[in-house]
Design a binder for this molecule. Structure first.
Ligand SMILES: [Zn+2]
Length: 465
């Protein structure tokens, strides 16, 4: 089995494209097949090298490396043209000498009426080799058939009426073969057995099947994946969520988490949400892909990313952060010593949903909070708080080793003597240390921060009360 992912370099890798690539990759791995990548760069005006680089970078980040060298569609354009000449000799395609403007005008007329179709002006016109020197396009001659069907691995049998099509162009007047023709020729050339792609390609399939027929080639097996939808139920757009893989990378998502999330988007294995790579390979099959569009859920992606972050060891985190958010990582390593960083990471990773959030929180913990939230002070500071904090600082002075066990024992003791719950001291301490009431365990943080800096921050809060 041989499959391919075929992105057009007219933008960054879209989240839907990434899912298509992942499904192809899993299908290949599950079946001991071959996964290939072909860059469809025949849209010369819109294709850009920066997007080729960006797409390949995103695929690499997701560990979707092709099993054979990359291919570029444009590099085979001469072979495409030769095949078109062969079809011309067989009379399966014909030159169209209509001026583009004339065709447009006729299309406008058609718009008023039924479908946008070429009217077949040049279909049965005879032409000489000399005529072929004049500017012309090449059109595909639709055969005398009523219907065209294929079996889709996800959608079952799909049938199109042939009168939905017209004699479509396969070679433009500028000498560049069109998308549908190139796709078919390259899939034949690359011996692709299964074409797994987005549902937005389904309307291309009848044209492509006709081209396979004309070339005397066996078509591959098709599987059209349902679209990824936004929360409104329409196609996922920038208003719903970030749409390119590179944005998720920059926001501090882990490639393994995004991979896992995208696999579950439209595919299921019971209720399981978290999968190892090997499990995904073992369990993956196209018949478990849903027919309906899958709604993109940022909250679930954040939840899953948090799970993957918690599973990281510090060196793995540092490696992932260096690849995705190196500027932030540099700031982080500038404010904390290495041994402290490792300890802080263990504390902070428990609550983080993205690497950016994690790093930002760790960076901000390096400095005493500057402005305390008045609302939080009102909520957590009572007339008694000052006394509790004083007692706590005094206890710290008398303490030999400032371990979190000793610190929490001290806090418990003070609270018991004053007849208050631990939270009455712990939350003001947290506020003093971090400026927030949401943070990792405050006594663990104090242990890492050290006695002097901790006391300094507590005194700063007391001074402000
Ligand atoms: Zn014509």
């Amino acid at each position: 089995m041989r499959v391919r992912f075929a992105p057009s370099p007219t933008g960054h890798l879209h989240i839907g494209g990434a899912r298509t690539a992942i499904f192809n990759w899993l299908f290949a791995r599950h079946n001991n097949g071959v996964f290939l990548v072909r860059v469809e760069d025949t849209d010369v005006e819109r294709s850009k090298q920066e997007y080729v680089d960006s797409i390949l970078e995103s695929l690499k980040w997701l560990h979707l490396t092709p099993d054979e060298p990359l291919t570029f569609q444009l590099s085979r354009i001469e072979e495409h043209k030769q095949l078109i000449n062969q079809l011309l000799e067989k009379g399966l395609v014909y030159p169209c000498f209509c001026e583009p403007k004339d065709v447009e005008d006729r299309l406008k007329d058609f718009k008023k009426g039924i479908a946008e179709k070429y009217d077949g002006t040049c279909r049965d016109k005879s032409y000489t080799p000399k005529d072929l020197k004049k500017p012309h396009a090449i059109r595909f001659k639709l055969p005398e058939r009523e219907k065209i069907s294929f079996k889709d691995l996800i959608r079952g049998t799909v049938t199109f009426d042939i009168d939905q099509l017209d004699d479509f162009v396969i070679l433009r007047r500028d000498g560049v073969p069109t998308y549908n023709f190139c796709v078919v020729v390259d899939d034949i050339f690359m011996k692709i057995s299964h074409v797994i792609r987005g549902e937005d390609h389904i309307s291309n399939t009848p044209k492509q099947l006709l081209i396979y027929d004309a070339l005397g080639a066996e078509p591959p097996i098709f599987a059209h994946l349902p679209l990824i939808l936004g929360s409104s139920g329409g196609k996922l757009s920038k208003r719903d969520a970030a749409v390119s893989v590179v944005e998720y990378k920059n926001q501090g998502f882990l490639p393994e988490a995004l991979f896992n999330y995208l696999v579950r988007l439209g595919w299921a294995h019971g209720d399981q949400e978290v999968f190892s790579k090997q499990e995904m390979i073992d369990f993956f099959s196209l018949d478990k892909v849903g027919k309906k569009g899958a709604i993109f859920d940022t909250k679930k992606l954040l939840w899953l990313n948090g799970i993957y972050i918690r599973n990281l060891k510090f060196n793995e985190f540092a490696k992932a952060a260096a690849e995705a958010i190196n500027d932030k990582l540099k700031k982080l390593t500038a404010v904390w010593k290495e041994d402290m960083l490792g300890q802080l990471f263990e504390l902070y990773k428990e609550r983080a949903t993205t690497m950016c959030e994690l790093v930002d929180n760790m960076i901000s913990f390096a400095h005493a909070p500057e402005h305390l939230d008045v609302g939080l002070i009102k909520k957590w500071v009572s007339p008694q708080t000052k006394t509790l904090l004083f007692e706590f600082v005094k206890g710290m002075d008398e303490m030999e080793e400032h371990t979190h066990e000793n610190l929490i024992a001290l806090a418990r003791h003070i609270c018991e003597l004053s007849g208050v719950k631990l939270v009455a001291l712990a939350q003001p301490l947290r506020l003093a240390l971090t400026g927030s009431t949401h943070s990792p365990g405050v006594f663990e943080l104090m242990e890492v921060l050290g006695c002097e800096e901790s006391k300094k921050r507590v005194k700063q809060l007391v001074g402000g009360l």
